[in-house]
Design a protein around this ligand. Structure first.
Ligand code: PXG
Length: 464
């Protein structure tokens, strides 16, 4: 077989990719037609492709490369750990130093009484753990009927059978017989798209109280937990109105419902604190973690659980775990990533310096004629595209048509800024400098200008 290396022409790599590689969340046939962009290396916030183009990655990979690309320290830790102990399991009365050290560090960083970590290989796996853990918790407490988990439409919690069911993405539910039983969804706090004539404050309360109504409808004795992202990520960076979370917290406490904060995106500095729950003043019983835990350098996820849950689960045999739970190389790399985030004060810088700088520039995008609202928390932000700001109108074209056109302009202008429907989203590496933020915003404005022209030229500048 031929050697496949960086030196092959792009077209050949694209053809081999189309022939043999199946892409996640993609239409293979379309990709084979258009050809994929081949990323060959990366440093800091910049990607390089097989044509030698430099691309500003305003998505930190898939919301995960918090410390930026190319940190040798992580490579060295991985190599050292692979030589010393590349693998051992933690199932049968054994443990190892990297997983012990990482668990202790996470207990120190996590707020309140969240002091115990169950590891997984990804966010999806961790949410599958959570589903089984909360149900087991209530069964062990003598309340075996408390089994239903409430989630939100347009939430993303993963794409395995369990986590895809927990999520509220209709496209995921439509394939493979999801959702599984025992999961209920309520509406999301997306004021721009769904708030109608209500003020954001009233709408936030109304959406929170849907949780209360749903619990009453199902019966408090049948509900185990509520799961939510502090800021919805994959759903389009939806920031809830300020009234929403205090009300949700009140309801969870009063109704004796566990709260799972899915921190897979919000965790590890993304919102300007170690966890989104701290930024939004939430008190979870479990936090799901992945992505920024290792800055994507190794696949690792997990659940940080409260003293109370750990005590109840600890009294029985929990028949759950993954071959790679607490993988030594992934654990060592995650620990080194946390050291860098902490010692280089990257989270503090997001909160106090670069985050506010980005916020000012990003929110000013609302002055663009095609941008209706701009929302940003720390380093995750989104803008809503609209043909009519005053009316908060959606485009008449199918949702995502216009967003895709703007995304294509971003791609052409060497900026990775994604679209979710007709919202444009960013989530750059947390190490992005002020100068790089300027480049990001310049390229975004240019792409919006070009995108708006393309939308008008295509006759799509019309309200739904
Ligand atoms: N929870 C949240 C909040 C996530 O964002 C997961 C769980 C699942 O993690 P794993 O590691 O199993 O992928 C995620 C993942 C997108 C996109 O298009 C977002 C994610 C994954 C894939 C695509 O924005 N988030």
């Amino acid at each position: 077989m031929q050697q496949i290396t960086n030196h092959l022409p792009t077209a050949e790599l694209q053809a081999l990719d189309a022939a043999y590689h199946m892409h996640p969340f993609s239409t293979q046939d379309d990709l084979a037609q258009s050809g994929v962009r081949i990323i060959t290396s990366a440093k800091g916030v910049m990607l390089r492709d097989s044509e030698g183009e430099e691309i500003l990655d305003a998505m930190a990979g898939l919301w995960c490369v918090n410390i930026g690309y190319g940190r040798d320290e992580l490579a060295e830790v991985a190599a050292r750990q692979m030589r010393e102990l590349p693998y051992y399991n933690t199932f049968f009365k054994t443990s190892h130093v990297p997983v012990i050290a990482l668990s202790a560090k996470l207990a120190e960083l996590a707020p309140g009484n969240l002091n115990h970590v169950f590891f997984a290989g990804s966010g999806s796996e961790a949410n599958d753990t959570n589903l089984r853990m909360v149900r087991t918790y209530w069964a062990e407490k003598g309340k075996p009927n408390k089994q239903i988990v409430i989630s939100r439409w347009n939430a993303y919690h993963g794409s395995s059978v369990g986590s895809g069911s927990l999520g509220g993405m209709k496209g995921i539910h439509a394939q493979g017989g999801l959702p599984i039983p025992g999961i209920e969804h309520i509406d999301q706090p997306n004021w721009w798209a769904e708030g109608g004539d209500m003020s954001p404050e009233d709408f936030g309360l109304e959406r929170a109280r849907q949780l209360e109504r749903k619990i009453d409808e199902l019966g408090e004795d049948n509900v185990a937990a509520f799961i939510a992202e502090p800021v919805q990520g994959a759903g389009g960076v939806i920031v809830a109105p300020e009234t929403y979370w205090p009300e949700v917290m009140r309801i969870c406490r009063e109704r004796d419902i566990l709260f799972i904060a899915d921190e897979v995106i919000c965790g590890f500095g993304r919102t300007g604190q170690w966890f989104g729950s701290q930024t939004l003043d939430l008190t979870p019983d479990i936090m799901t973690i992945a992505k920024g835990l290792s800055s994507g350098y190794q696949p690792i996820g997990g659940s940080i659980v409260s003293d109370e849950i750990a005590a109840v689960i600890g009294a029985t045999e929990f028949n759950h775990g993954y071959t790679y739970s607490g993988h030594p190389v992934a654990s060592a790399v995650a620990l080194e990533n946390l050291r860098i985030l902490e010692e280089e004060k990257i989270v503090d810088r997001v909160r106090e310096e670069t985050g506010p700088y980005l916020k000012e520039k990003f929110e000013a995008l609302v002055d663009h004629p095609m941008v209706g609202e701009a929302k940003i928390v720390g380093m995750m932000g989104s803008i809503a595209l609209t043909p009519d700001k005053g009316a908060r109108a959606a485009f008449a074209a199918d949702a995502g048509t216009v967003g895709y056109m703007v995304r294509e302009r971003c791609f052409a202008n060497n900026l990775v800024m994604r679209h979710v429907g007709d919202r444009m989203i960013i989530s750059p590496p947390l190490v992005i400098s002020k100068g790089e933020i300027d480049v990001l915003i310049d390229r975004a404005v240019q792409s919006l200008d070009e995108g708006m022209k393309a939308v008008k030229d295509a006759g799509l500048w019309a309200s739904a």
